[in-house]
Design a protein around this ligand. Structure first.
Ligand code: KIV
Ligand code: ZN
Length: 516
């Protein structure tokens, strides 16, 4: 059986999508989980984009054990040098360099002749080879490039040492049958001298279909992202590509991936907790409704025989079968720790203690605790580690027709500071009192509340985006609590904690990989 390599670009193309930027610590968490999921290559970022991106790739290189760690680089010496330096500590390293090959990109964006583009590409691959052996070359906008030119540049970069040739449908323009034909011709052309990879965008909703058609035609690497996040309408969703190959063994019997599907759901939830962006409810594989049977006819069929309406089982992607009430206030540490193991979490003693403390507090207030609540607590603990400012107490006085007031106590290192503020509404008052205590003045640009499960006593999950310094980008923050205002305060403080730790690495003028 042949292997289809899964190249995950959640931390690069995915992170570029609006609202999906992550802190360095969050990227590390995602990378560790991607490694566990079994992805072959993690594109950890674009090292030359900003000092923060460089730092994230370097740190990911230190912690990832099995996957290859890759940095994107434009076909420029300075970019490639940064990429090479960022991945230097990775066990398995790759540099991914690219240049546009379509007539429209060469003429209007690059303002370069086809010959100049080939020369630049060859130079880039040769230089990348001085840092690591594993070099990938992408023909940006290959979907709209001429076949004869693609062949010319591909021959040249293979000669220069590229082992993987990526064919992106950068603007999501091609039809599956066109893309499949293009891939077949290129697979035949390279004749085993390099792996043909694909990278499809979803502008017309065809990213997964095009990727799958490419696999059918000989592509042996698929670039994709968790939950399908990515520029504009996103990239091909990893979970869809993998589950198509696994489910339709009759069609894809000759290929396999190294993904452990049981880790898919957990990875999707982790990313959602970090970005605050839920996949649409009807999203294939990981949407909330993907395994829900609402109509009576369907429910009846599934009860009589599961296969009547289910082609994939929720357990296949790691959703526990019994997602009813799992634990309550009388459950002890042992039961809690067993539950975590069942959900696939391995926590250190210290992490377990913290999570258990939070579980107990929640169990006192919430009658029924579901798997989803536990997953939310664990993800929140994992992404809320940096705590220079910690909420100790919050009291509110909400006047329906007038000003609201909030009093808060915040622990700043070893000191407890209490203050109060009034605001136009409760949220305004909560954020103002935090500003008074911490001395920062944040501008709230996004505020979103979700409930983790159903029920009046459900946990509230708040996501905020705040600008603390006008010369730096907005910072994302997350908070989880049974009380929405407490969750809001925690989210705001989480954003502030991230800002304080990373502010020296943040730049508003992040270089885009589209700039040249
Ligand atoms: O969409 C695209 O073409 C890309 C390349 C950099 C691979 O993301
Ligand atoms: Zn892309």
């Amino acid at each position: 059986m042949q292997e289809v390599k899964i190249f995950d670009t959640t931390l690069r193309d995915g992170e570029q999508s609006p609202g999906c930027s992550m802190t360095i610590d969050e990227k590390i968490k995602v990378a560790i989980q991607l490694d566990k999921l079994g992805v072959d290559i993690i594109e950890a970022g674009f090292a030359a984009a900003s000092p923060g991106d460089f730092e994230a790739i370097s740190k990911i290189s230190e912690v990832v054990k099995n996957s290859t760690v890759c940095s994107l680089a434009r076909a420029l010496e300075s970019d490639i040098k940064k990429a090479g330096e960022a991945i230097k500590d990775a066990t398995h390293q790759r540099i991914h360099t690219f240049i546009a090959t379509s007539p429209i990109h060469m003429q209007y964006k690059l303002k370069m002749s086809p010959d100049e583009v080939i020369k630049r590409a060859v130079k880039a691959v040769e230089y990348a080879k001085t840092f690591c052996d594993d070099v990938e070359f992408s023909c940006e906008d290959a979907g709209r490039s001429e076949m004869s030119f693609l062949k010319e540049i591909i021959s040249a970069v293979i000669q220069a040492g590229a082992q993987t040739i990526n064919i992106p449908d950068t603007v999501g323009y091609t039809m599956p049958w066109e893309f499949g034909g293009q891939i077949k011709e290129l697979v035949d052309f390279v004749n085993g001298k390099a792996i043909i990879s694909v990278h499809c965008h979803n502008d017309l909703g065809l990213a997964t279909a095009n990727s799958i058609q490419a696999v059918k035609n000989g592509a042996r690497q698929v670039e994709c992202t968790i939950n399908g996040i990515g520029e504009r309408a996103g990239n091909a969703a990893l979970e869809e590509v993998v589950m198509i190959i696994n489910t339709r063994r009759d069609v894809f019997g000759d290929v396999k991936t190294n993904i452990n599907p049981k880790e898919i759901y957990k990875t999707s939830r982790l990313l959602t907790s970090i970005t605050g962006i839920e996949p649409q409810p009807n999203k294939a594989i990981v949407g909330k409704n993907a395994f829900a049977h609402e109509s009576g006819i369907h429910q009846d069929g599934v009860l009589k025989h599961r296969d009547t309406y289910e082609i994939i089982k929720a357990e296949d992607i790691g959703i526990e079968k019994n997602n009813s009430i799992v634990l309550g206030k009388h459950s002890g540490r042992h039961a809690f720790s067993d539950k975590l193991k069942e959900l696939g979490y391995e926590l250190s003693d210290e992490e377990l203690n913290k999570a258990f403390e939070r579980f107990k507090v929640l169990a006192d207030k919430k009658k029924e605790i579901f798997d989803e609540d536990i997953i939310a607590i664990i993800n929140d603990e994992m992404i809320n580690k940096q705590k220079m400012y910690e909420l100790v107490n919050l009291q509110l006085n909400d006047c329906a027709n007038g000003l609201a007031s909030a009093a808060a106590t915040i622990k700043i290192e070893d000191r407890l500071i209490t203050d109060a503020a009034i605001g136009e509404g409760t949220i305004d008052a909560v954020f103002k009192v935090i500003d008074r205590i911490t001395g920062y003045s944040g501008e709230l640009i996004r505020y979103k509340v979700d409930s983790v499960t159903q029920g009046k006593d459900a946990l509230a999950k708040v996501n905020v985006q705040v600008i603390f310094d006008k010369t730096k980008p907005a910072i994302m923050g997350h908070g989880l609590n049974i009380d929405t205002m407490t969750a809001s305060a925690k989210a705001y403080l989480n954003a502030l904690n991230s800002f304080v730790v990373t502010k020296d690495l943040l730049t508003t003028t992040k270089i885009s990989y589209r700039d040249l």
